[in-house]
Design a protein around this ligand. Sequence first.
Ligand code: ZN
Length: 645
Amino acid sequence: MKILFSCLFFWVAELHAQEIQCKQNFIDIAALEQKRFTSSNNNVTKTFASSNYTIYYSRCIWKVDPAVRYIEGKVTSYITASTSTNKITFDLSNSLLVDSILFRNQKIGFTQNANSTLDVQLSATLNANQKDSVTICYKGIPGNTGFGSFIQTIHNNTPVIWTLSEPYGARDWWPCRNGLDDKIDSIDVFIVQPAQYKATSNGLLQSEITAGTTTTTFFKHRYPIASYLVCFSVTNFSVFTNNVQLGTVNLPVVSYVYPESINDFQPYTYKVLDAMQLFHNTFAPYPFIKEKYGHTQFGWGGGMEHQTNTFLVNTDANLMAHELGHQWFGNKITCGSWQDIWLNESFATYCANYYAEKFDTSFFQLILTNHLAQITSLPDGSVIVDDTTNVNRIFSSRLSYNKGAYVLRMLRFTLGDSLFFRGIRQYQNDTTLQYSFARTADFKKNIEQVSGKDLTYFFDQWITGQGYPSFQIQWSQNKNNWAKIKVNETTSHNSVSFFKTPLALTFKNATQQKTIVIQVNSNGAETSADIGFAADTVLIDTEKQLISKNNTSTKINSLTANINDIKLYPNPVHDNLNISLKNPSDKKLTVQIYNSVGQLISQEQFDTLGQDELLQVSFRHFSKGNYLVKLIAGNNILLTSKIVK
Ligand SMILES: [Zn+2]
């Protein structure tokens, strides 16, 4: 899902660690607080359905008139008992009144509870693994939670009803298992609506049968589906179909749009066809390739990735690519907890960014600049959700969408394209995860298996850890154009003391430039590289591969004494070895002497070195032979030289 703001790339700081996005450069704090109030004070924030059964098939009959906020439903759930039981519990809002429940063609007892659940008293005990079905007939005016789970409104003076159940709103309009622990293996949806309207839902349209003033529209979906991805909408839709070639399959892409908007939609759907081919070829085959993909226009300010049928407000390419990306990340593999929402939202955001990288490079650069600024606008915040009762935190654009997507970009930079995309493909094809649920550890396991690397540090830094690093680069260059580079790092939040990462440095002068990638593994570490020309500037991470901010790069005359500025003489030596040093950056120097079998035989420290120093170490008591002299400043070996006596 993605909320689209008219000022897509503006952002403002969070208030009370709460994500706030501006709408037309104006912060509607009241509305946000109202939303926060709603999400934190109702207790319908997770599933209360009993865990003693799963649903493998649902036949849903929903009767609606878009002019009236009302639903009449008959939902038959085909269940498998997990344990021996004669009572099962569904999630269902108390705004809806259950008329009757049928079990083996008999009415059975039930109770609607204050916590939005429906206890169903079966007239027989089901054994573990036994299959059966219950039919729940209900009606009423649906409540409204989350982002507006059941909306009845108008467009161009025509009534419309649409649903948007993510994250907890499915129970507002149908009896289901509202959580992230069970997918229905397949569903049939029948919408009964006034004949002047068209209905749209998940899967493939089977029939539209009109009898008198009523039309019954039948959609069939034969892939596992989470309850929050079940949808329908009814209004006077215009329908058009594009086709996209995915390997050997020519897949229909069916759009249901408001008649007054058809010219805003129809010319731009080619973008989603490009994105479908890109994702199909890069990540894994389109997950619902035996059926369709499609768009349904709705009035909510963004998009919602209903399975096989994305609801969206307009044809913004970034929005379309994001919702399409969800078909792989979110729908085929669904986050197993709202804590892990980044497995849905960050990946879908990454998909949209990847589409821009391939099809609109200037927009891609704009994404990187603006996402980086937004992510680092505050010193804290983890990708993992720390408060799953707060809808605004779950759907924080800064953390759950953009930071997580940037973390994927950093993972790609860290592993390289080949391993990264192989890892993503293996994750998509993991038979324990596909068409089911995944946690962060499941993704980590796959990417580690493919890369052969322990990425615990990476996930600790970027997924559970908060904040970002700032790099302070000091560099110098000698006469042979070798550069010495010293990297110090500070972090914006104490949950991560050090970010271990590759870092790209671009050495340049007026006519030449060269980028090297160094591995930053510890604070103050030094490294050297042959640049090949005399640089005057070092730029840090010019391709914006990393989340970082406030980086500095300083050229200094001599980072540590340059090799050219150190002279050892005479060689062969008699009594004393002279060491001349020019401009040493360190005031202290240790001189070690090793014999020919590598034993340390002498160590001497000099503590107050000047600009132009001449030191002496004695060889007088050593026998004739070969020796190794090491000059050490701090933790750095400046020079190792063979000396003969
Ligand atoms: Zn999304």
